[in-house]
Design a protein around this ligand. Structure first.
Ligand SMILES: [Zn+2]
Length: 193
């Protein structure tokens, strides 16, 4: 049996199901993509962009990394944003975090984790900047609030990228959204300011 054969079986079933509903589904998609949304989310396997907002292939452009960080020095993320804004002309960019984010928790747990510490340093800085508010909260509430602050701060970072500023200069409207997902209910919450 082929390695991971069950995944190929799943794929075959899924592709047949999609064609059953719409015989042209894949042939239309193969010609072009025109998603209206870009999703910047966490790599966490429990937060799959398409599924949680009920979108099909072709409907959302996706970038994911640990703790949905938007870093001005991340060429990968910046290239995705540039392509989404300048070529695909997405109208909305959603920065979506989630409660119970391991990356966010690791940024403030005071232990060393290796390379990832460089990546999440930026979240430790957010925690420091909001120290008073976070100190007034206990345990789970404090962790939840830092997840929210992280989403808001990463959205702010996104608004400051050259790509977004450039879009504004030519009158292209790109709406930024800050969302957070609750793992234990499957529900999204809009934090957009
Ligand atoms: Zn996460």
């Amino acid at each position: 049996m082929k390695a991971l054969g069950h995944l190929f079986e799943n794929n075959q079933k899924w592709a047949e199901e999609m064609v059953g509903k719409d015989p042209q589904f894949f042939s239309n998609l193969a010609e072009q993509q025109s998603p209206k949304y870009l999703w910047i989310g966490c790599s966490d396997s429990r937060v799959p962009a398409n599924q949680i907002i009920g979108l099909n292939p072709g409907e959302i452009f996706v970038h994911r990394n640990v703790a949905n960080v938007v870093s001005q020095t991340d060429l990968n993320m910046l290239s995705v944003v540039q392509y989404a804004v300048e070529v695909l002309k997405v109208e909305h960019i959603i920065v979506c975090g989630h409660y119970g984010c391991g990356g966010v928790a690791a940024s403030v747990d005071g232990t060393r984790h290796g390379l990832i510490d460089n990546w999440i340093q930026n979240i430790g800085d957010i925690a420091e900047a909001h120290e008073d508010e976070l100190k007034s909260l206990e345990g789970a509430e404090r962790a939840d609030r830092l997840c929210e602050l992280n989403v808001l701060s990463q959205t702010k970072n996104l608004s400051k990228t050259t790509v977004l500023k450039g879009a504004g200069d030519v009158g292209q409207t790109v709406n930024l959204h800050s969302w957070i997902y609750r793992l234990d209910t499957g529900r999204l919450i809009d934090l957009t300011v």
